[in-house]
Design a binder for this molecule. Structure first.
Ligand code: GAL
Length: 716
């Protein structure tokens, strides 16, 4: 359907750029173009992840033109490397380049994209350094390479640039700048060729959605994955775990799955991948007993094989020549290693009912992981393996569950481009609450999910503030692996914490539908304000901050917003941080209403709020519809039928696509799902006019009684 064509490089190539290369362009889907230059390596992010475009989703989107001047995309070879250059206009801001923790605006940055733990600075080394960026002008670019990539995100100025700034005399001219305007995003790819993709918008959100759909669409977690989860302390025994679950029930706290941390295995770390007979004498009995209580189990592990693991001898030929904590490193790009490692997990855990994993240490810290001089039996370099190890782990473990027609939802510490569709949420060991929210914002540009997990806190206030954020995130989790904390560990805020956990459960129909939109439409369920229409227009240009370290490209920079975000189609969430009683919230253009009361709060303005301790500010767009379920202690099961309260906010007529399926299997891939359209508006007689499309025979239907509630009172 789409044609291939090659264009010659048409830029002024007057002898100085002897290595200019032809780029072969091919339109591969609606609004998606592939550019190929030189001899791209066969092992890349897409081959490692096995990502397959979700064409049905992409083809429902508009078919815009190529979103930039194609002839301004340039490539050169030098020194065995490929130099790529993409045009950049003066007013553009850039977002993405992976899971950043401290900054949202990326224009003016120099980064080296490298899978690693986050080391305290946004320098390209992060858990998911996805080589994808999106521009405020409404397009995206993805470099499909499994190499460490150097990025100059609008920093270099070419001698013969069409838009070259004028050289100034510092002696006399006060407007002289140490970082003059740059009109290009440049990449250094250490390979003799590469393929890359350009995604059209026209809005930044559509460019992101296309990227996500191109990578298979977002994961659809099982309903239970969106409930509450507690990770217990290391070395817990089966008995301790049973007791912990019982206390949740006694105290009336919701709980869908428990995570076991190091200690369930006979050896860790390196790991044996088999149960410890002392702490877990009857694994099958234990897992069955937990499942009977409706509680799933998620197991921590890392992939490094202990010399005492039952698979050690067999897997050894398929491992690297270096070790991690003296454990063998499976070459997970090889079928033999995949089958041995994941076969062991299947046999020992998945087959007896374990529901998922937390794959730790697949990201980095150079002193822990393999050095770049390590060799792997497949012949892939240590660098390629480092960039893709998180992808490989997610891919082959997801496959284990897919084969069983059973959905999973787990945790992973490393990912990369191509990983959008994996049912895994990223976490780390860092613990700055503010930066955790910035990561949540940036996850929407990186095709990954992120949880601002709660571990321990200095005060009850901090505990509550963190809990209030995590319930508005992809995974509502306490990770007590070291602290042993429980939701009720700070008695002075126990009730408020419980209220938040219960709110999470009541919002299940909303969260679930929003994840379905991630899967079918590529729209990230938790996302940056910059992806919201009407957001940038009202913002003032930030002219005060001329510190070039913080604000490297002053001209294009409006104030960076990294402490509020969108949750699903209609909600704006503004977390509170310990020690603060007041904060400002930027409301995009359009009317906004208080989530809890339905009151009008503002329109295209900055408000200052003092929400008290019990709540964090959450606002709903005009016409917003939030479907709410009952206050369950566990997510509904496949055949449960539940009452639904449809909350309607504001004045404008509203509509909503409510998703439904069995919540557990992959039958939705074969059409066993339904989006039911809800419509609500205020009637002239003062009553609500409501409608929901009928259930369809043969399609799932988990709805029982449906009621509507107008949250905003209409003034006469
Ligand atoms: C860390 C991980 C923690 C916890 C711990 C257990 O690497 O980030 O969340 O699982 O290992 O040893």
């Amino acid at each position: 359907m789409f044609k291939s064509f090659a264009i010659g490089i048409a830029f002024l190539c007057c002898g100085f750029c002897v290595n200019a290369q032809n780029i072969a362009w091919e339109q591969v889907a609606s609004g998606v173009w592939k550019g190929t230059v030189g001899r791209p390596e066969s092992y890349n992010l897409l081959t490692a992840s096995g990502a397959k475009p979700y064409l049905a989703g992409l083809n429902t989107m508009s078919s815009p033109e190529f979103p930039m001047q194609q002839k301004q995309v340039l490539a050169q070879f030098k020194d065995g490397k490929t130099y790529l250059s993409f045009p950049l206009q003066k007013e553009e801001q850039l977002f993405g380049f992976g899971l950043n923790f401290q900054t949202v605006h990326q224009r003016g940055k120099i980064l080296e994209l490298h899978v690693d733990h986050f080391g305290g600075k946004d320098n390209g080394r992060t858990h998911a350094p996805t080589p994808f960026y999106v521009s405020s002008a409404g397009y995206g670019v993805f470099i499909n390479s499994a190499r460490y990539l150097k990025v100059y995100a609008g920093t270099g100025v070419k001698r013969d640039s069409e838009n070259a700034p004028i050289a100034k005399d510092r002696n006399t001219d006060k407007s002289w700048a140490s970082r003059p305007y740059s009109d290009a995003v440049e990449f250094l790819v250490p390979a003799e060729g590469v393929e890359f993709y350009v995604f059209a918008g026209p809005t930044p959100l559509e460019a992101v959605s296309r990227y996500n759909l191109f990578n298979g669409g977002g994961p659809l977690p099982p309903r239970w994955g969106l409930g509450f989860t507690q990770r217990v302390k290391t070395l817990f025994t089966a008995e301790d775990v049973e007791k912990e679950a019982a206390t949740f029930t006694e105290k009336g706290f919701p709980l869908d799955f428990i995570g076991l941390e190091p200690g369930w295995q006979s050896k860790a770390y390196p790991c044996s991948f088999e149960w410890d007979k002392g702490r877990f004498p009857d694994p099958a009995g234990f897992v069955a007993s937990m499942l009977k209580k409706g509680i799933r189990l998620n197991l921590w592990t890392n992939p490094y094989v202990s010399p005492e693991a039952p698979i050690y001898k067999e897997i050894k030929p398929f491992t690297a020549d270096h070790t991690v904590w003296l454990g063998a490193i499976p070459d997970l790009s090889m079928p033999e290693a995949q089958q041995l490692l994941f076969g062991q997990l299947k046999k020992s855990q998945v087959d007896i009912g374990v529901s998922g994993y937390k794959f730790d240490e697949v990201d980095g810290y150079d002193h822990y992981l393999w050095p770049d001089v390590t060799t792997f039996p497949s012949g892939k370099s240590a660098e390629q393996m480092r960039q893709t190890y998180g992808l490989l782990t997610q891919r082959w473990s997801s496959e284990l569950f897919h084969e069983r027609n059973q959905r999973t939802y787990g945790l992973v510490r490393g990912s990369n481009g191509g990983g959008t569709s994996f049912p895994y949420v990223i976490y780390n060991d860092y613990y700055n609450h503010e930066d955790f929210i910035t990561a949540l914002i940036n996850s929407s540009f990186a095709g990954v999910l992120w949880t601002p997990e709660v571990r321990a806190s200095k005060t009850g206030e901090e505990w509550l503030r963190r809990m209030q954020s995590v319930v508005f995130s992809p995974m509502a989790m306490i990770n007590a692996w070291s602290s042993g904390t429980k939701p009720w560990s700070y008695p002075e805020v126990e009730q408020q914490v419980k209220d938040m956990a219960v709110l999470r459960m009541k919002m299940m129909p909303y969260w679930y539908s929003e994840f379905a939109k991630y899967h079918f439409k590529g729209i990230p369920p938790f996302r940056a304000m910059n992806l919201e229409q009407g957001f940038n227009s009202g913002l003032q240009k930030e002219v005060k901050n001329t510190n070039l370290e913080e604000n490297p490209y002053v001209d294009a920079v409006t104030k960076e917003v990294k402490d509020q975000y969108m949750a699903g189609e209609y909600l704006l969430v503004a977390p509170m941080f310990a020690g603060k009683t007041t904060r400002t919230v930027i409301l995009p253009r359009g009317k906004w209403f208080d989530f809890y009361t339905g009151d009008f709060v503002g329109d295209g303005t900055v408000i200052t709020v003092t929400p008290g301790l019990d709540r964090i500010p959450v606002y709903v767009k005009d016409g917003g519809i939030i479907p709410m379920g009952p206050a369950l202690m566990q997510a509904p099961k496949a055949k449960d039928k539940l009452d639904l309260e449809i909350r309607y906010y504001g004045y404008q007529p509203g509509s909503y696509q409510l998703y439904d399926d069995d919540g557990e299997s992959f039958d939705y891939e074969k059409g066993a799902y339904i989006f039911r359209e809800i419509k609500v508006e205020h009637g002239k007689d003062g009553k609500l006019k409501t409608a929901i499309s009928a259930a369809v025979k043969g399609k799932p239907n988990t709805l029982n009684k449906i009621s509507f509630k107008a949250m905003t009172r209409i003034k006469n």
